[in-house]
Write a protein that binds this ligand. Structure first.
Ligand SMILES: CC(C)(COP(=O)(O)OP(=O)(O)OC[C@H]1O[C@@H](n2cnc3c(N)ncnc32)[C@H](O)[C@@H]1OP(=O)(O)O)[C@@H](O)C(=O)NCCC(=O)NCCS
Length: 172
């Protein structure tokens, strides 16, 4: 499969929003879509919100695309600190999403390597991310790429706290 990775522009906001909503529901709505989930994705993955996010100075979205369109993206914030790490220059991959039918073909690995290398080139000494404790596939994926478990946090959805693990990789 011929895949290109490029920086998203504001014109890509609707593509990122639709891809993000689809992958989020596929990944986290394991049993059913709850009201909290629906409220979260419809607030989070809107064209105006993603457009503002792309335009913001500290964020970069890397898009993976085929000739047909978007199949995944990685969303990076620099700087973005977690108390689990001592470094002054930290970058966070806030999302790395590949459409389900394009997983296990190396797209996520390419996005992860690209986003990390660019964050290091832009001055980060460490890149971190958080993964839901129930997302074993993602946890295995980061371990396979030699990311280290450095701490824990939680993600609030409505009134419920969901345990997350923090993984990081340091510039060599
Ligand atoms: C986690 C995620 C980003 C990984 O992306 P991906 O594109 O599937 O990742 P890759 O294909 O690069 O690697 C994943 C697996 O596919 C395998 N793989 C890679 N290329 C392959 C190929 N050509 N044929 C078969 N398998 C392949 C890798 O070896 C790896 O396998 P393993 O870990 O089971 O040993 C993706 O599953 C995803 O978007 N999930 C939903 C959203 C999500 O959970 N995001 C992370 C939130 S923390």
């Amino acid at each position: 499969m011929d895949i290109n990775i490029r920086r998203a522009t504001e014109a890509d906001a609707s593509l990122v929003a639709a891809t993000g909503l689809t992958v989020w529901i596929d990944t986290y709505a394991r049993d059913a879509v709850t009201r909290d989930m629906a409220g979260h994705v419809l607030a989070e993955f809107t064209e105006p919100r993603i457009r503002r996010h792309i335009a913001a100075p500290f964020t970069t979205i890397w898009i993976a695309e085929t000739a047909g369109g978007v199949i995944g993206f990685a969303d990076v914030t620099l700087p973005a600190a977690t108390p689990s790490l001592p470094d002054a220059a930290q970058a966070e991959i806030t999302r790395i999403y590949v459409l389900e039918r394009f997983t296990r073909q190396g797209v996520g690995s390419r996005l992860l390597r690209h986003a990390t290398a660019r964050a290091f080139a832009d001055g980060a000494t460490v890149v971190w991310l958080s993964a839901w404790a129930g997302n074993q596939r993602a946890i295995d994926f980061y371990k396979k790429h030699n990311w280290l478990h450095v701490g824990k946090t939680s993600f609030m959805l409505g009134a419920d706290a969901h345990p997350n693990h923090i993984f990081a990789i340091r510039k060599s």
